[in-house]
Write a protein that binds this ligand. Structure first.
Ligand code: UDP
Length: 235
């Protein structure tokens, strides 16, 4: 399989077309952005870590019956994935209060919920990814009712699987963002990535932050946190 034209360059990844029908290649960068694009930087080694970690987790999820876009890891930074149309929703599941949830509702971080929560944002940079509910998503034609239902049930199942997995690595899965895509036949699959860029990870014992919040909040030790998560997953 060979790369052909570059289709897209996003904040953290580039996407290339290939000479194989229905397959594209994702290339992970070390670039990082936060705070709605206001904060920019580099996290050395992040591309490799996110690529390998995301691929590992997608394969774990596939084994548990969750369809994903994953096809084949090609190198440290590059992966072949199924070409999908992204459903323009950021799907966020939370187990513990943090980030925007804590800010929005005026509560401290670290409240452990009895049940996980789910929320959707409209993936639209010009509008700054506004929060919306399932009715809004259907009204806007972003997805139909049955797709929303399926995405919700997949998201909670993915959360169950990942929460258990990370517990064995002595990590709390606080919250995370997912994106789903449609295959040409309409099948919904998990797409994008699952990594310290898109998840909040806290050490099980100390609650030390092991994710992108170290970058967002200028806490230092950003590279170390990504490397530590890599060691916990693969070590
Ligand atoms: N998240 C993400 N991309 C976004 C917004 C959020 O990957 O554009 C992830 C984030 O890493 C966290 C979860 O979604 O694990 C919930 O994020 P939150 O809504 O608290 O917003 P944040 O404070 O991360 O901007």
């Amino acid at each position: 399989m060979k790369k052909t034209a570059q289709l897209y360059e996003g904040k953290a990844k580039k996407v290339f077309d290939t000479d194989t029908e229905g397959i594209v290649i994702v290339s992970y960068k070390d670039d990082a952005t936060a705070l709605d694009g206001l904060k920019k930087g580099t996290i050395m080694g992040k591309g490799t870590i996110n690529n390998r970690m995301s691929n590992y987790l997608m394969q774990l999820l596939e084994k548990e019956g969750i369809p994903t876009h994953f096809v084949e890891e090609l190198s440290d930074r590059e992966t072949a994935v199924k070409k999908v149309t992204i459903v323009p929703l950021e799907v966020i599941v939370r187990n513990i209060s943090a980030g925007h949830f804590a800010q929005r509702y005026g509560v401290e971080e670290g409240i452990v919920f009895d049940e996980p929560t789910i929320e959707f944002s409209y993936k639209n940079d010009d509008l700054h990814d506004p929060l919306l509910n399932a009715y809004h998503a259907v009204a806007l034609g972003l997805a139909d009712k049955s797709e929303i239902q399926l995405i919700k049930s997949m998201a909670f199942r993915i959360n169950d699987i990942l929460k258990e997995f990370f517990k064995t690595k002595k990590v709390k899965l606080v919250d995370f963002k997912m994106e789903f895509g449609r295959l040409p036949d309409g099948t919904i699959v998990l797409a994008d990535e699952i990594s310290p860029d898109t998840c909040r990870f806290w050490d099980l014992e100390t609650n030390e932050k092991l994710d992108k919040d170290r970058f967002r909040r200028d806490m230092g030790g950003v590279e170390d946190a990504y490397e530590e998560m890599y060691r916990r997953v693969f070590g």
